[in-house]
Design a protein around this ligand. Structure first.
Ligand code: SF4
Length: 182
């Protein structure tokens, strides 16, 4: 699945090491591409119109189920994401984040991040196939006893996003940049 948006010419090949995430849920940038076309917003009547549109697009990304993976893809593909908001970042923020990644992981940082992701997936696969230990089972039981009622899982597409959820998603995005995303 390409990360390009409707109406965007894609003559540049994407870096296939960090793929655009697949989601079975609707993505705001697909269902409402105009919200993300910040550069198309006219500032003739309202000098702050673009700023407001950017905030709105960032808010939409905060409720996105694939925000962390989208951020990695957007950072790894600067030629495909030269404008607009991607994963709650503007082009200037993406430029700054790329510089930080190069400083921390080197010029081939997408390769490093892709390798980290591959190892994480392997570990998760191994964890799924390995039966839980007696200790893990005891801890899980204890946790259930201590937390008898759990809140309903947040559904970003049927409920308005809360400031807490937006902040949590932002933290996921930031962790993705350090390679510590779950
Ligand atoms: S984080 Fe934003 S730009 Fe990325 S897929 Fe989600 S809605 Fe689209």
């Amino acid at each position: 699945m390409s990360g390009s948006r409707p109406g965007t010419a894609t003559l540049v090949a994407a870096d296939t090491r960090l793929r655009f995430p697949v989601s079975d849920q609707p993505l705001a940038c697909r269902t409402e591409p105009r919200v993300f076309a910040i550069e198309d917003v006219s500032t003739t009547d309202d000098p702050r119109a673009r700023e407001k549109a950017t905030a709105q697009a960032k808010q939409a990304c905060s409720g996105c189920p694939v925000a962390a993976e989208c951020l990695k893809w957007a950072l790894a593909n600067p030629d495909l994401t030269p404008t607009g908001v991607w994963a709650a970042t503007t082009k200037r923020e993406r430029k700054r984040l790329r510089k930080q990644l190069v400083a921390r992981l080197g010029d081939d940082w997408p390769g490093v991040v892709a390798e980290q992701d591959r190892r994480r997936r392997e570990q998760q696969r191994a964890a799924r196939t390995a039966p839980p230990t007696v200790r893990d089972q005891a801890l899980a039981r204890l946790e259930l006893e201590l937390v008898p009622t759990r809140p309903e899982p947040y559904n970003p597409w049927s409920q308005p996003i809360t400031p807490q959820q937006a902040a949590a998603n932002r933290r996921v995005l930031e962790r993705a940049l350090t390679g510590k995303a779950a």
